[in-house]
Design a protein around this ligand. Structure first.
Ligand SMILES: CC(C)(COP(=O)(O)OP(=O)(O)OC[C@H]1O[C@@H](n2cnc3c(N)ncnc32)[C@H](O)[C@@H]1OP(=O)(O)O)[C@@H](O)C(=O)NCCC(=O)NCCS
Length: 165
């Protein structure tokens, strides 16, 4: 039986950079160029850009998960969920769900639509199940998007709260 972790959500700081990079790489889900982009997004978020927001999840005083999201340029109230990563040692303990729920809470009144892009490969099956169990709908699939045989699946979740102009 998996035991739910006691999760402390907190802001990320530049001191988390190494842990974020190592954790993202350690999942085995991302190519090195993707890890580099994740760290760039982390850097921009902790620097305070309006393009990205980020959040960390601690378990027993150590960073066990992080995520980032941001407003989709040239849209009204559409936001992209860019990265969500949980340390493999803590996956399945509810940390990803806590992070995703916290993002949604923080977007209440600001977001109309949340979009999350992921892969259609078999090894991403648990990731797709994660989004689906949390109310995200697989809206589109682009065959061979990432590489031949590596489709993109776009998940969407429409929020009911009104968006402030
Ligand atoms: C996808 C991910 C963020 C989910 O976070 P998590 O903390 O493991 O997920 P939770 O414990 O909150 O939720 C578990 C659910 O997610 C799914 N899941 C995805 N990966 C899982 C894993 N490695 N172990 C257990 N459950 C996993 C299960 O369907 C499970 O379903 P349930 O709600 O019926 O139990 C995390 O597993 C992860 O970092 N995966 C690798 C990187 C990745 O795929 N990121 C998203 C890229 S788009």
């Amino acid at each position: 039986m998996t035991v739910a972790a006691v999760v402390l959500l907190r802001s990320l700081t530049p001191a988390d950079r190494g842990a974020v990079e190592a954790m993202t790489r350690s999942t085995g889900f991302f190519h090195e160029d993707e890890v580099a982009i994740a760290v760039e997004v982390f850097d921009a978020a902790v620097a305070g850009t309006s393009d990205y927001e980020a959040l960390g999840a601690e378990v027993n005083g150590a960073l066990a998960g992080w995520m980032s999201w941001g407003p989709t340029p040239c849209t009204l109230g559409t936001w992209d969920c860019y990265w969500i990563v949980v340390d493999p040692a803590h996956q399945g303990e509810g940390i990803g769900s806590t992070l995703l729920g916290a993002m949604e809470q923080r977007l209440a009144g600001r977001a109309r639509l949340i979009v999350a892009e992921t892969a259609g490969r078999d090894d991403y099956g648990p990731t797709r199940a994660f989004y689906e169990r949390r109310g995200y709908h697989a809206q589109s699939r682009i065959p061979d998007f990432y590489a031949p045989g590596d489709d993109q699946v776009v998940y969407v979740k429409y929020l009911t709260a009104a968006v402030r102009p």
